[in-house]
Design a protein. Structure first.
Length: 659
């Protein structure tokens, strides 16, 4: 029999912690935390959440995502009530020395993903739920699969890892709980996640909507209209449960109990819609506007604590252990064979990426792929056809795709996401937030630059390098041929972190053989030899399509006895600064040529390097890039129009050397 009196005491303690920690911090969001106290107390300590607190990243744990990340005082107070955070730690909330930040990040070990930019948590939950179902392959992965052609065997014939007996019972499969705020449900990404969760039949995903009516500055669009919320979710194929009093412990317990007991044969995701009161527990805060993000001053804190009554500061709750001790993980290796690319063959780097992804998928079961309905252009379709259970079509919903990939990575998978480089800008906030979750994401943008040709400027990725350079710990790789694209994709799989691979639509000749080595922070030097000269007059730095334009220049100028060195800057971030500075000391004229806008691209990266090393004053620096608004045309016409083709480079070199 559940001890509701103890749950009430735990709720009191959690309210006490929320109020005292935010007042001590002189900042925070106590009212939005107070509205969800009973909801989370019952989930955590009512026997529904199954998590090993000593091993918070275990794949056998249930997951909880606080999409309303500003309710962090509630998160931390729950773990204090669970006995793993000391009260003194709570009192350091928001201090620079504390891991208990204003919104949760990877520094808080019980948070899988950082939240706070609203609307992203449900997508992360979708990714985790997909990952859990993929680890337990006896549950149908494909939309509409309904476990067809799969028997409840201990071992799936398509897998090399064991399925434990405890996982054969759907009730023992780890669940993912996502706490949503009602304000954030105005975000489009939430509805992207809602529709994809239904599409993939994620019966192990449970969203909990804290419908407290009040946003930061006004009432939400639907207020407390739970029936309309329910109709909207049901129209997307979700099961719904309505709780009219979100502060009645027994009513909340019954809702979770019903959820745990039903069979959910449709494998549909579930939303528990709960009417709550913002600021609950403190009469002068309850359902009052103007208190969002405001802690109580000390005099009002005293009044609030009197209302709480006597608080048992020693009461602690118990979180149940996982229902399975399963620890087997997918087989993995990063050794894959290079296809037979011959020197001079015309192969688009986007195609080589598809080849590399397929090869990696054949040797590493941790590799998964996601695409924004561009798989026949990005060539992730190669992987999709061979490994359909590890490929997730995300459709035209790039924001959701990025955060779903992050969620998958938290179950130990290595997600490769791909779409046109131009459309990655839609997911920039999601990538920005991912950096605060210790990410392991591999992002691939194809059809970059004006070289895509007649599709026109809406399809041209011309801001993507700038975008990824602005993320602090990102890595940017920009291959110029099939061999480098294949090998750099392999490197991405081997290394943890947030990676961006820029690929081209335009076919380019293979210039490297299979023995060529590539490293993060590396580059390749191509020189022409001019009789009677000890060094070239000009250094041309390029990558991707423009590297081939530069190599044409090298060949042409050799006929005119003009020495040129070409640097393949395949690692854009980090740059090969050592080589660049060394060459800059030897060569006076430097030209950077790139198929990207001026701001934030390779040119600025090189210039910053030279300025940091106090080298630029000794050189003549020229930046050739996309400086005119592009238009439709052939790739060659557009490169010429933007003056980043071989003829423009030749003119620039000849002007610099006085020819």
């Amino acid at each position: 029999m559940l001890d509701f009196d103890k749950l009430k005491k735990l709720s009191q303690l959690i309210r006490y912690d929320i109020l005292t920690s935010t007042t001590e911090a002189k900042s925070g969001h106590p009212t939005t935390s107070l509205s969800a106290v009973e909801l989370m107390t019952v989930l955590y300590f009512g026997g529904f959440l199954h998590t090993d607190l000593n091993n918070p990243k275990s794949p056998t744990n249930d997951r909880v995502v606080f999409s309303k990340g500003h309710a962090s005082p509630l998160i931390y107070s729950l773990y204090h009530a669970a006995g793993v955070i000391a009260h003194s730690e709570l009192m350091d909330l928001r201090k620079i020395s504390s891991d208990l930040e204003g919104h949760p990040t990877f520094r808080f070990k019980y948070a899988d993903v950082a939240t706070g930019s609203l609307g992203q948590g449900l997508s992360a939950g979708v990714g985790m739920a997909l990952g859990i179902k993929l680890l337990n392959k006896n549950i149908g992965m494909e939309a509409g699969q309904e476990n067809r052609n799969m028997k409840m065997d201990k071992k799936n014939p398509n897998s090399n890892f064991q399925i434990p007996n405890s996982f054969l019972n759907p009730h023992s499969i780890p669940k993912v709980y996502v706490l949503l705020g009602d304000s954030e449900m105005a975000e489009g990404q939430v509805w992207e996640a809602i529709e994809i969760a239904s599409h993939y039949k994620l019966g192990n995903l449970i969203a909990i909507a804290d419908v407290n009516r009040l946003g930061q500055s006004t009432e939400t669009m639907l207020g407390w209209d739970l029936k309309t919320y329910a109709k909207r979710f049901e129209s997307f194929g979700w099961n719904t449960i309505i709780v009219e009093d979100g502060h009645d412990l027994k009513g909340i317990y019954d809702a979770f109990s019903n959820l745990s007991n039903w069979s959910n044969e449709s494998n549909s995701p579930v939303i528990i819609l709960v009417k709550t009161v913002k600021g609950k527990g403190v009469s002068f805060l309850e359902n009052k506007e103007g208190w969002h993000g405001k802690p109580l001053p000390k005099d009002l804190l005293e009044s609030a604590l009197k209302e709480l009554g006597k608080v048992d500061l020693n009461v602690r709750g118990k979180i149940e252990k996982p229902r399975s001790n399963w620890t087997n993980l997918p087989n993995k290796s990063n050794k894959s064979n290079l296809p037979n690319y011959n020197l001079g063959d015309l192969v688009a780097t986007r195609l080589a990426y598809g080849d590399a992804l397929l090869a990696l998928g054949s040797v590493n079961e941790e590799i998964v792929a996601l695409d924004g309905e561009m798989s026949n252009s990005t060539y992730s379709e190669k992987f999709a056809k061979k490994f359909p259970e590890r490929y997730f079509e995300m459709f035209i919903a790039e924001q959701n795709m990025m955060t779903v990939a992050l969620g998958l990575s938290k179950l130990g998978f290595i997600p490769f996401t791909s779409t046109f480089a131009a459309f990655l800008t839609r997911g920039f906030d999601q990538l920005r937030m991912a950096q605060y979750s210790a990410p392991n994401l591999k992002v691939v943008g194809s059809h970059c630059g004006v070289s895509i040709g007649p599709d026109g400027p809406s399809q041209m990725g011309l801001e993507d390098i700038s975008m990824f350079r602005s993320i602090l710990d990102s890595t940017i790789l920009y291959p110029s041929d099939a061999v480098s694209a294949f090998k750099l994709t392999q490197i991405m799989a081997e290394q943890n972190g947030l990676f961006y691979l820029r690929t081209n639509r335009k076919e380019t000749p293979v210039i490297y053989d299979e023995k060529e080595k590539f490293v993060i922070g590396g580059s390749k030097i191509h020189r022409n030899v001019v009789v009677g000269r000890d060094r070239p007059s000009t250094l041309i730095i390029a990558a991707g399509v423009t590297l081939h334009e530069a190599l044409k220049v090298k060949k042409e100028l050799a006929k005119k006895d003009i020495g040129v060195a070409v640097l393949d800057c395949y690692s854009v971030k980090p740059l090969d600064t050592q080589t660049i500075v060394k060459l800059a000391k030897e060569i006076k004229n430097i030209i950077v040529v790139e198929d990207h806008y001026p701001a934030g691209g390779i040119g600025e990266a090189v210039l910053s390097c030279l300025m940091t090393k106090n080298q630029i004053s000794r050189n003549t620096y020229t930046h050739l890039c996309v400086k005119k608004l592009p238009r439709s045309g052939s790739p060659d016409e557009l490169l010429r129009f933007e003056e980043i083709d071989s003829s423009a480079i030749v003119k620039t070199v000849e002007k610099l050397v006085g020819v």
